[in-house]
Design a protein around this ligand. Sequence first.
Ligand SMILES: Nc1c(NC[C@H](O)[C@H](O)[C@H](O)CO)[nH]c(=O)[nH]c1=O
Ligand SMILES: CC(=O)[C@@H](O)COP(=O)(O)O
Length: 138
Amino acid sequence: MVNLGFVIAEFNRDITYMMEKVAEEHAEFLGAIVKYKIVVPGVFDMPLAVKKLLEKKDIDAVVTIGCVIEGETEHDEIVVHNAARKIADLSLQYDKPVALGISGPGMTRLQAEERVDYGKRAVEAAVKMVKRLKALDE
Ligand SMILES: Nc1c(NC[C@H](O)[C@H](O)[C@H](O)CO)[nH]c(=O)[nH]c1=O
Ligand SMILES: CC(=O)[C@@H](O)COP(=O)(O)O
């Protein structure tokens, strides 16, 4: 049994809601349990919530779900690059998988809608990582 925590951005919530739903459905399909869900304002705010979930003994992996759409400036790049780097660092620090279910940057709204399955892909990756790392220890 794999226990997951979801960290979901409410920015672009119409899209992250669809990502959350496909991610939940896929977790159920794989027999994984979504034990905790935290909704944060935006992708940039994710690392602290990811850390809090990784600290929990009953969490095997964290799935991030967010969507960063291109604006008029390079702000979208700052948001994603910093969040992605911190998320990867936390995974190594806590020795647990953290999957990147964040679409963008450099993306239009239409491209974001076409990439709702990033949520599903992140669940798939998190569950695979937990199982494969467990097998390595056996
Ligand atoms: N532009 C997007 C953001 N920006 C907001 C930041 O993530 C953050 O909430 C703010 O800077 C306060 O710390 N967030 C997204 O998730 N998607 C975007 O496209
Ligand atoms: C579109 C957004 O919300 C974000 O990527 C930032 O937009 P901007 O670069 O116009 O401030």
